[in-house]
Design a protein around this ligand. Structure first.
Ligand code: BG6
Length: 513
């Protein structure tokens, strides 16, 4: 097969990349919660970016379902506004014009409005006929989980969940997948009563990030890392997801949920699983999941949850030159809220590879800066043959996967300081996506929406992974619920003192990312 002239003549194209892009076939997407913040800032722009990159079929249809009294045109104006403000790629009117032809809006007074689903069925059929979407439809539920039962049963009653002939119907659900193991199972029962398990796509947007996928490449496409990726060489692993923002206007969602359920149950435990799992036989979804599930099932919680987990809540402080409020002063938060905005925990893994190597996870809002990274920290060299050196300053080697921002990988190792003394100091060697590749990384949602339309499941967590993650978290959140309040930490710092004490107890300290 030869490349098209546009591909071969593009000076920015890496000549070694002979792959043709995967393009979604004829289909449409129905979006519930289309006027929400996620749709506005991420989902609609991602759809435009896919169209702009030529990865959507020209006939693509997008149906918004919402309460507003909007015509199709008014909806198209709304999408135009969201996309022109938030798209990653350059906004081009001609690309939008193509997309606009497939935009429709269906008004429903509630998620249980039966006549609205009749109208939705009619609109979707019309798209099939007018634009040739082939009966292939994805239903994106960007709505609170308590609305899932209504939407699912209405989709079933109107027959929208059942494909005919060769066509497909898929459902996309956003986290939170419940708030504990029991509720996660209940939620799944609701969804899987209506859609086949293989047609359910659970979004964990961290899996759509290039750097997270690169973790698999780093580990399994190279010979030099995997031999040392085990308890013989690794001292411990730190996984950090720090945000500088507070909860903004999300009090309604966040309060009562907290950091552990918001990001550890999903994003951090997925990063953990990808870091700790064995090599899958292939990157087929079932093989990948099997390895992630094994390592999640092998997690051992600390015997003393008070000593090896901790939580915090931000109080007012200074951040980025601005004075910011504490959590309890945020709009919509009661003065007695015990919701944590910082969480940290030690997990051990009962496998031959990892026995004795602690994994420390931490996440929080209003921390020193926005950074997500996985740091694999190695044991110190067993013997240092430098008679004249000051070895006190020599740290441990580390491989740091910089998930965001400044995406890349850093290796830290000791190097000789120029001069007559044999003095060794830590230096770093960096790989940065920005300077090694000409093409900017797509947004996670671009990748994930495209994979839904292609029916490609490896980057979507399976229900069993979700359940195993809740099994890890439930004893911790239950312990917290029965043991006092989160410790305060000043906005703009790196969490409560208890987080530092937690590592100090193990003779270690958190990295300053
Ligand atoms: C979401 C959480 O899943 O991830 C938010 O609900 C968090 O609380 C967000 O702010 C962070 O995503 P990212 O991609 O900006 O790291």
């Amino acid at each position: 097969m030869t490349d098209s002239p546009e591909l071969t003549n593009n000076p920015l194209r890496d000549a070694r990349d002979r792959r043709l892009p995967l393009i979604a076939g004829p289909c449409s997407m129905v979006m519930f919660g289309v006027t929400g913040d996620l749709a506005k800032k991420k989902l609609l722009p991602a759809i435009y970016d896919l169209a702009n990159r030529g990865l959507l079929p020209p006939s693509f249809g997008l149906v918004g379902f919402g309460r507003r009294d909007w015509s199709h045109e008014k909806f198209a104006e709304y999408v135009h506004e969201c996309v022109s403000q938030h798209s990653r790629t350059e906004f081009r009117e001609e690309v939008f014009a193509q997309l606009r032809g497939g935009l429709r809006f269906v008004q429903g007074s509630s998620f249980d409005d039966t006549p609205a689903y009749e109208e939705l069925t009619r609109v979707v059929k019309e798209l099939d006929e007018e634009r040739g979407t082939g009966g292939n439809h994805a239903f994106y539920l960007s709505i609170p989980p308590d609305a899932f039962p209504k939407v699912c049963s209405q989709l079933a009653n109107s027959g929208l969940n059942s494909p005919d002939g060769q066509s497909w119907r898929r459902v996309v659900i956003e986290k939170p997948f419940g708030h504990d193991l029991t509720s996660a199972r209940e939620l799944n029962d609701v969804v899987e009563k209506v859609f086949r398990p293989e047609d359910v796509f659970r979004i964990d947007h961290y899996l759509g990030k290039e750097t997270v996928q690169n973790l698999l490449a780093l580990r399994f496409a190279n010979q030099m890392f995997e031999p040392v990726w085990n308890a013989k060489y690794v001292d411990h692993v730190q996984i950090t997801m720090a945000e500088d923002i507070g909860i903004g206007s999300r009090a309604g969602y966040y309060d009562g949920i907290g950091t552990a359920r918001d990001v550890i149950q999903n994003h951090l435990l997925q990063l953990f699983a990808l870091t700790a799992m064995e090599e899958p036989i292939t990157f087929d979804a079932a093989e990948l999941r099997a390895e992630k599930e094994k390592v999640l099932a092998a997690v051992q919680l600390p015997a003393d949850l008070g000593a090896h987990t901790c939580r915090g809540q931000y109080v007012g402080g200074w951040q980025g030159g601005e004075q910011v409020r504490g959590y309890l002063e945020e709009d919509g938060i009661g003065p007695d809220s015990r919701t944590e905005t910082f969480a940290a925990m030690r997990l051990d893994v009962n496998t031959r590879r990892w026995a004795g190597v602690p994994f420390y996870l931490r996440a929080g809002k209003r921390l020193g800066r926005r950074v997500t990274e996985i740091a694999v920290v190695f044991k110190s060299a067993p013997f240092l043959p430098f008679q004249t050196s000051d070895t006190a300053s020599l740290g441990q080697n580390a491989i740091v996967i910089r998930v965001q921002p400044d995406e890349g990988v850093t290796l830290r190792f000791g190097s000789k300081v120029p001069g007559t003394h044999m003095e060794v100091r830590d230096v770093t060697m960096d790989f940065a996506y920005g300077s090694s590749f000409t093409e900017a990384s797509p947004e996670a949602y671009e990748r994930l929406i495209l994979d839904v339309l292609l029916g490609d499941p490896p980057l979507f967590p399976h229900q069993r992974e979700v359940e195993l993650s809740w099994k890890i978290l439930d004893p911790i959140t239950e312990y917290w619920a029965n043991n006092g309040r989160p410790s305060p930490y000043r906005a703009g710092t790196w969490g409560p003192d208890s987080a530092h004490e937690m590592l100090a107890r193990d003779g270690r300290s958190w990295r300053r990312p």
